[in-house]
Design a protein around this ligand. Structure first.
Ligand code: CA
Ligand code: CA
Ligand code: CA
Length: 194
């Protein structure tokens, strides 16, 4: 487990945004993100069972975009089982004013209204072969729904992965795509986190 503890520590302590087309970034040399169920021991390195990422969609992108999640389930391939598989992880996407600019959203600590903005889409996954080792694509969303952030030159969305129950580790990754069925880069589109 040591390797994953280091990964998660890295995700939590880095305070300046890192931008990349996918999350984790290819050049980070980390194949997957990891979120534990809320009943897992914090000694594994995940202290809040929650990871927040932001998506930047450049103003030039006016066609709908898709957030895709690889292996959103906790079970089967990739994931770290502890005893029986009993973990549920919720992925939720937020848009609109405040989804980025609210100071609670930009804190590395989960306090206050970090779920700022409005909820666009939400889905929870347990151990489910239907989503195992496969991409799940959230419904398309219109870039104009994101919060416009002038200094970033585009609109921002937020995606929160939250370990709702269980004690297993969910490994997964994100891709921002112009296609529902495959990974096609959004030109200038990026994930970033704090
Ligand atoms: Ca899996
Ligand atoms: Ca378990
Ligand atoms: Ca997984």
């Amino acid at each position: 487990m040591k390797k994953y503890s280091i990964i998660i520590f890295f995700l939590i302590v880095v305070a300046t945004p890192l931008f990349s087309q996918s999350a984790p970034a290819v050049d980070e040399n980390i194949p997957y993100l990891m979120t534990f169920g809320r009943d897992a021991s914090t000694s594994w390195g995940d202290d809040d069972f929650c990871q927040i990422f932001f998506c930047l969609i450049p103003s030039s992108q006016t066609e709908p975009v898709y957030i895709r999640v690889f292996d959103p389930d906790t079970g089967g391939a990739l994931d770290e089982a502890k005893g029986s598989l009993n973990t549920s992880v919720n992925f939720s996407i937020y848009a609109g004013k405040g989804c980025w600019s609210d100071t609670a959203a930009q804190s590395i600590h989960l306090t206050g209204n970090y779920k700022s903005g409005y909820l666009l889409s939400s889905k929870s996954f347990g151990a489910d072969p239907k989503y195992d080792n496969k991409w799940y694509t959230f419904e398309p969303f219109n870039p104009s729904e994101g919060e416009y952030v002038e200094k970033l030159g585009g609109r921002v969305f937020k995606i929160i992965a939250h370990g709702m129950s269980g004690d297993d580790g969910n490994l997964y990754k994100y891709f921002l795509s112009t296609s529902r069925v495959e990974n096609t880069e959004v030109e200038g589109g990026e994930f970033f986190y704090l």
